[in-house]
Design a protein around this ligand. Structure first.
Ligand SMILES: Cc1cc2nc3c(=O)[nH]c(=O)nc-3n(C[C@H](O)[C@H](O)[C@H](O)COP(=O)(O)OP(=O)(O)OC[C@H]3O[C@@H](n4cnc5c(N)ncnc54)[C@H](O)[C@@H]3O)c2cc1C
Length: 320
């Protein structure tokens, strides 16, 4: 591996054979998460192939840096103090192209491998158009397939791990291994990989799904309905989706609304008027504003209903 620093906070070129990465010191993280907040990462790089990811992990290990993985950054709250170590943004040119899909079997059911870097929305739309059932609900979901698997993202009664067969992941030693669905122990918005965005030494490279067959026209119409529903019910500003998990038997949004908290503000962070379980950065919000608003909402809902709301979003970075 060769490393070439161009001086100051200039990018560092890291190469191993034909694999090349650009590592940016003191990089902005707000550009890589949908809340649009967060301080600088010590280092940041974009990687997507097995070789690139392995090289990134190896470079971090050689420099004794912790690694934080970002997918689309749509379920994250990044600290104002930034992120220590190396942030790896999982991006891959061509990940949203049909050539990125590897169809291993196409009979009554379809066995298809998709890159972790592929946008979930694109995969859902492509599956529907090809007449592959089970994933139309993905249309409109921000972020990438890798992040969706880690979170066991879901909507409209579906969860991404419902039809997941396995994932392949690269480790810090550069090895690629396949892990069956059961290894992730998926449950509501949770897998064993969730909650450890920092100090991650395993990066998902792709995911294998077994999908049923359906009618392409009907699936595309279903996907349109889901997209329209999102547009109608969810805010479009800078946010990270549902802030809290739904408690058993009720909805966080309903509890927050019943506590009269719609429109409540801390700094630039505001509880959405459109959907009470969303907090929107309406301009200059800091991560601290968002956390303080989360605490305020938790406190008021607990007083009002006796229910403790559990965050669905993941805090990452340096919070001390
Ligand atoms: C407007 C809006 C609507 C939303 N609606 C929904 C919804 O209906 N249902 C739902 O479940 N969520 C929803 N979300 C939240 C979010 O979009 C999903 O959870 C999404 O699947 C996260 O994907 P991501 O790529 O952005 O993950 P990130 O936020 O980037 O990462 C999430 C976790 O996955 C890890 N990770 C990401 N990629 C990899 C990888 N390749 N290897 C290892 N670890 C990785 C990260 O380290 C982190 O721990 C919404 C968000 C927004 C902004």
């Amino acid at each position: 591996m060769t490393t070439r620093q161009r001086g100051g906070a200039a990018p560092v070129d890291v190469a191993d054979g034909s694999t090349r990465l650009t590592v940016q010191p003191l990089a902005r993280t707000d550009l890589f998460n949908t809340f649009r907040v967060g301080g600088p990462a010590d280092f940041l790089t974009r990687a997507g192939t097995v070789d690139e990811l392995a090289l990134a992990l190896r470079w971090a290990r050689e420099h004794e840096l912790p690694v934080t993985i970002f997918g689309g950054g749509s379920n994250m709250l990044v600290a104002d103090q930034g992120v220590r170590g190396l942030v790896v943004v999982v991006r891959r040119p061509g990940a949203r192209s049909e050539s990125g899909l590897e169809v291993l079997e196409e009979a009554d059911e379809v066995l298809v491998r998709v890159p972790a870097a592929a946008p979930s929305n694109w995969f859902g739309r492509t599956a529907a158009e090809r007449g592959w059932a089970d994933l139309a609900w993905l249309v409109g979901l921000p972020g990438n397939v890798g992040g969706a698997v880690v979170n066991n993202a879901g909507a409209h009664g579906g969860e991404i791990t419902d039809r997941l067969v396995s994932v392949r992941a690269v480790s810090a030693s550069g090895e690629l291994a396949e892990y069956p669905r059961e290894w992730l122990k998926p449950s509501y918005r949770f897998t064993t990989l969730k909650g450890s965005a920092s100090e991650r030494d395993l990066v998902l490279v792709d995911a294998l799904f077994r999908l049923r067959r359906g009618d392409a026209r009907a699936l595309a119409a279903e996907a349109d309905d889901y997209a329209e529903y999102r547009h109608r019910t969810q805010p479009t500003g800078a946010c990270a989706g549902s802030i809290f998990k739904n408690p058993p038997g009720t909805y966080s949004g309903l509890l927050i609304e019943q506590a009269g908290l719609k429109g409540t503000r801390v700094g630039g962070a505001v509880v959405s008027e459109k959907h009470a379980n969303f907090i929107v950065n309406d301009g200059g919000a800091t991560a601290a504003d968002i956390v303080n608003l989360i605490h305020l909402v938790q406190e008021r809902v607990l007083q009002q209903s006796g229910i403790e709301l559990e965050p669905e979003i993941e805090r990452t970075g340096d919070w001390v």
